[in-house]
Design a protein around this ligand. Structure first.
Ligand code: HEM
Length: 508
């Protein structure tokens, strides 16, 4: 499949790209980098197990369940025992907004887990929808027999060979904790955890140690025979899938990586049949980012950034735009040069895709208030003798939908008395009947169920900012737990909406 195309504005792709590839917004990448240790296992092992347990609620016959963050309602079940579950869910809180849920971040976590431990780089697709309640208790358990495991994996969409491989791939990382499974880890082990393999990273040592009889995997050689589920699964086809004589077996490192990449990708893309995922999201060559239009002393200020994957070219970028009504700009459009070019770090996942960093070409244009702005585009000159080229949203132009409801970053700010963020929006030619409401995705770390939730609020006429430049200002305090906000206004019976990402709201 070809990679997803970013047609601005697309808040889902915009946010997912930041979470995947921008260092400053990719905490989910950072935590798992270098297969970081935690709780005597690795962060990656905890994330991969969580992703599988979330997926395990899928029923391929009814098309229900799958990777849908229902694990947030299930993690207290005995089949999900382990402190890694809650810790991982807390790791994943933060990037959510009105477009991106927890389930996409769980999937991003699995991708980063495998890559961060030296495994393959699995493509990521977005657009999962979060469940609002627990799914069935269908996570396979070690004391169940082989037929139950075959049936579980079949329901989840995996045949018997795929079951063997997926378990070997998953159990490449981490191990079994004695506190949680005292009937499986029956002898005292260092740090209270018996690892599945003698290496920490994502590799096929688990397969080799199983085949050559040196394995200490308690689900293979543990004294409790009932819970030797990995043994029953790995040997269920007479070791054909594991065995070294077989060229296409998991004993080959390349085959292991390829089979695991495919199966874990299928695992994270196992979603309810009502969900449609995006094409795989790769770092975008050009990304328009953080645009803000607002009234500023007699004109409209338009802030925009064009993000370009860093290269050694010494590029010059010019922004162009056209009026919304009437005539003001020359035939070729009004234009402004970039006022600064800064470098922004790329995540370790982006590094693995060959992206070192990004160049941010930023613009701060003054737009004529009366004629306003309808659309904009960029001209990029590589300054290497080649002809300058146009970046115009794949021929569709970067269209500014409306200039009636605007977020005002200058009039917004931190209220030093309440320590709350005050958001101010401007409404053009506002009649007294104007109503402005907002909603934010809030992240409450202390909530019993660690899922983002929605906070609604109402704006009131802003007494401290009198009308100016044809705009009337409305204000609302916003909880410090809120990051992104969707603002809606009804003006003269017409509904307008505006998404204010965290980056704009805080001036990052
Ligand atoms: C029949 C199927 C399976 C059974 C019975 C099973 C059972 C277990 C058990 C008992 C543990 C120990 C958990 C702990 O002590 O915290 C564990 C850990 C783990 N499992 Fe599985 N598992 C199965 C399939 C899978 C699959 C398909 C994956 C992922 C693709 C997976 C990934 C993991 C990981 C990464 C850990 C290590 C967690 C850590 O170290 O914190 N498992 N599994």
């Amino acid at each position: 499949d070809s990679a997803a195309v970013f047609n601005w504005p697309d808040p889902l792709l915009d946010s997912l790209d930041d979470t995947l590839y921008r260092q400053a917004f990719a905490l989910v990448s950072l935590l798992a980098t270098d297969c970081a240790p935690r709780d005597d296992t690795t962060v990656a092992a905890q994330w991969l197990r969580l992703a599988y347990h979330d997926t395990a609620t899928h029923n391929s016959t009814t098309g229900t369940g799958g990777l849908d963050a229902s694990i947030a309602f299930e993690f207290t079940r005995s089949q999900d025992v382990g402190l890694g579950m809650l810790e991982s869910l807390q790791d994943f809180l933060g990037p959510q907004n009105e477009y991106v849920g927890m389930a996409d971040i769980i999937a991003i976590g699995a991708v980063n887990a495998v890559a961060g431990c030296g495994g393959p780089v699995i493509p990521f697709r977005g657009g999962r929808i979060d469940a609002t309640e627990a799914g069935p208790a269908t996570v396979p358990e070690p004391q169940q027999d082989l037929d139950s495991h075959i049936a579980s994996f079949k329901a989840q969409g995996f045949n018997e060979t795929e079951m063997i491989a997926l378990v070997a791939c998953g159990h490449s990382l981490g191990g079994v904790r004695q506190v949680d499974f005292p009937l499986i880890v029956t002898e005292d082990v260092p740090n209270g955890i018996q690892t599945f393999a003698s290496t920490v990273g994502f590799d096929n040592t688990i397969v080799h140690e199983y085949l050559n009889g040196t394995t200490e995997n308690v689900l293979v050689v543990g004294s409790n025979i009932t819970t030797r589920s990995d043994l029953r699964i790995f040997s269920s086809d007479g070791n054909a899938t594991m065995q070294s004589e077989n060229l296409h077996s998991l004993a080959s490192p390349d085959t292991f990586n390829q089979v695991c990449a495919d199966l874990i990708e299928r695992m994270i893309n196992t979603v309810p049949s009502t969900v449609t995922l995006t094409d795989p999201i790769e770092p975008f060559d050009f990304k328009v980012w953080n645009t803000i239009l607002f009234p500023r002393s007699g004109s409209l200020a338009f802030l925009a950034t064009l993000r370009i994957i860093h290269s050694d070219l010494n590029r010059t970028v010019t922004m162009f735009w056209k009026e919304r009504t009437g005539t003001f700009c020359p035939e070729a459009g009004c234009s402004a040069p970039a006022f600064q070019v800064t470098s922004a770090g790329a995540s370790s996942l982006a590094n693995l895709k060959g992206v070192e960093s990004f160049d941010l070409h930023s613009f701060n244009a003054s737009i004529d208030l009366a004629t306003s702005i309808s659309h904009f585009w960029f001209e990029v000159d590589d300054n290497d003798g080649s002809a300058p080229f146009i970046v115009d949203n794949h021929g569709a132009n970067f269209t500014i939908e409306q200039d009636v409801l605007l977020f005002d970053p200058q009039r917004s700010g931190l209220n030093l008395t309440t320590f709350e963020f005050t958001m101010v929006v401007g409404v053009k030619d506002a009649p007294t009947s104007t109503s402005v409401t907002g909603s934010s995705t809030i992240i409450d770390d202390n909530a019993v169920i660690p899922l983002p939730s929605t906070l609604n609020f109402t704006f009131t006429l802003d007494e401290s900012h009198p009308p100016a430049d044809g705009y009337t200002f409305y204000t609302s305090p916003i909880s410090r737990l809120a990051f992104h906000s969707m603002i809606c206004a009804t003006v003269n019976g017409t509904a307008y909406s505006l998404w204010v990402p965290f980056t704009s709201a805080t001036g990052l």
